[in-house]
Design a protein around this ligand. Structure first.
Ligand SMILES: Nc1ncnc2c1ncn2[C@@H]1O[C@H](COP(=O)(O)OP(=O)(O)O)[C@@H](O)[C@H]1O
Ligand SMILES: [Mg+2]
Length: 251
């Protein structure tokens, strides 16, 4: 269980740019749940995710995973438990390195950034086995630089690399937003397969309400840093969700 308790975050504190994003925010996410977070631009979705991932620290409150307090664990250490895929297809991968080199880096638990001795030949078949189910031919172009791949190929590779760490929690921040509808669906399907296979607790920020309903077990809608709606997807339908979303925007 991921437990967020009484979290507060204000940017630029003490300046005239001061902006409170979260105030006394609490949320519990059961193990193996896929939670979709929706809400209009600027409502604090990414801030919440950055706090969970440890990219930024909270002013107050705590985040714990299976009872272990993560609040003071730095991002790099936290990434052992919490993996992430970003919106930007060039984040989370090294674009100037090859697919093989990227996977070797993801595989290298010690975090030593010295590549050549790092690629263990006997791991290559394992990497290929991980890529094959994507059906994107990536396993046959392991020496291709990641910057030469399409957005969909890169996001799928990012997903596989995130899953390689066997994280307890997977964070997806609009990871299909930069993709065309067809590729977006494909990447969402791969995401679903990976989450199912590993039963990973997942938090997915999305603007696509249909994706929230189709792929998540629970939907939380944020409004100005507060929970405006928190429901199981089985108790929601797309019309209701779209109406709520519109209602919220004009308020
Ligand atoms: N590092 C930062 N410094 C100052 N303001 C920020 C920073 N990051 C985000 N913000 C502001 O905080 C608000 C919430 O941002 P964010 O959490 O990214 O929203 P969302 O992901 O829901 O669109 C926005 O108004 C944004 O401009
Ligand atoms: Mg965001």
């Amino acid at each position: 269980m991921l437990e967020i308790k009484n979290l507060s975050k204000t940017y630029n504190k003490g300046t005239d740019m001061e902006k409170q994003i979260l105030n006394d925010f609490s949320l519990k996410i059961e193990e193996k749940t896929t939670l979709a977070i929706i809400g209009t631009n600027g409502c604090g979705k990414s801030t919440l995710m950055n706090l969970i991932g440890g990219n930024i620290l909270a002013d107050a409150g705590s985040i714990s995973l299976d009872g272990k307090d993560l609040s003071n664990i730095k991002e790099r250490k936290r990434s052992k438990y919490i993996a992430r895929v970003y919106q930007d297809p060039s984040m989370g991968v090294c674009p100037s390195l090859t697919i093989l080199e990227n996977m070797a880096l993801a595989d290298n638990k010690n975090g030593v950034y010295n590549l050549s001795p790092l690629i263990k030949r006997d791991r290559i078949n394992y990497y290929k086995d991980l890529l094959r189910p994507l059906d994107l031919n990536l396993e046959n172009i392991m020496d291709r630089k990641v910057k030469e791949l399409s957005g969909g190929q890169r996001q799928s590779l990012s997903l596989v690399m995130a899953a390689m760490k066997n994280p307890k929690v997977l964070l997806l921040d609009e990871h299909t937003a930069a993709l065309d509808p067809k590729t977006s669906k494909l990447v969402m399907e791969k995401t679903k397969d990976l989450i199912r296979e590993k039963s990973t607790t997942t938090i997915m920020i999305t603007h696509k309400l249909a994706d929230a309903l189709n792929y998540a077990d629970r939907v939380v809608m944020l409004k100005d840093g507060h929970i405006y709606l928190d429901k199981k997807t089985k108790d929601l339908n797309l019309d209701d969700l779209e109406n709520l979303y519109k209602e919220k925007e004009i308020q």
